[in-house]
Design a protein around this ligand. Structure first.
Ligand code: K1U
Ligand code: ZN
Length: 167
């Protein structure tokens, strides 16, 4: 297993749209393991393959405090949604930035697990928000891109300045 490098906003590669996974290969299984290890180490409660610069529809999520409820979603599709939620969101690609984004309170998602078996999950609350956040990553969208152009420009300037200072 390996820790993967997480792309940092405003890296353009975060805007790549992920391809569907045509077949669950050993490489895809290894990717899910590495992504899970990377998410737990960060620490975070979710991670999309886009964030580790692999552009396939793979997500890992674990919202448990005990880190023993790993969910792997491959080729996820939301088939139903209801309600409105306003959880405070964070993102491992935008460290230190938090904000509320309008999301559905409940979603039904269909996906494949790490063995390629199809499953349906009814999620609500934080889990539902996390699924929507990670599925946005697969579409090339970072949560701060729901904000105004002005707020995004300020954030980009701040992160570019921080990066120059570190290098
Ligand atoms: O996609 C990501 O960057 C992961 C992100 C997921 C997420 C969090 C909150 C709302 C929606 C989506 C994170 O995991 S940010 C870190 C975080 O939330 C956390 C870290 C340690 C303990 C508990 C939560
Ligand atoms: Zn994120």
């Amino acid at each position: 297993m390996a820790l993967l490098k997480i792309l940092q906003y405003p890296d353009e590669r975060l805007h790549t749209v992920a391809d569907r996974v045509p077949e669950i290969t050993a490489n895809i299984r290894a990717l899910t393991q590495d992504m899970a290890e990377t998410m737990y180490a960060a620490p975070g409660i979710g991670l999309a393959a886009t964030q580790v610069d692999v552009h396939v529809q793979v997500i890992v999520i674990d919202i448990s405090e005990t880190h023993d409820q790993l969910l792997v979603l491959i080729n996820p599709e939301i088939t139903a949604r209801s309600g409105v939620s306003d959880y405070e969101e964070g993102c491992l690609s935008v460290p230190g930035v938090f904000g509320k984004i309008p999301r559905s309170e409940r979603v039904t998602v269909e996906a494949l697990d790490r063995n390629g078996a199809p499953f349906t999950l009814n999620a609500e609350g934080l889990l539902a928000v996390c699924i929507q956040h990670e599925m946005d990553h697969l579409l090339g969208k970072v949560f701060v891109e729901y904000w105004s152009r002005l707020k995004q420009s300020r954030l980009q300037a701040k992160f570019k300045k921080q990066r120059r200072t570190v290098i």
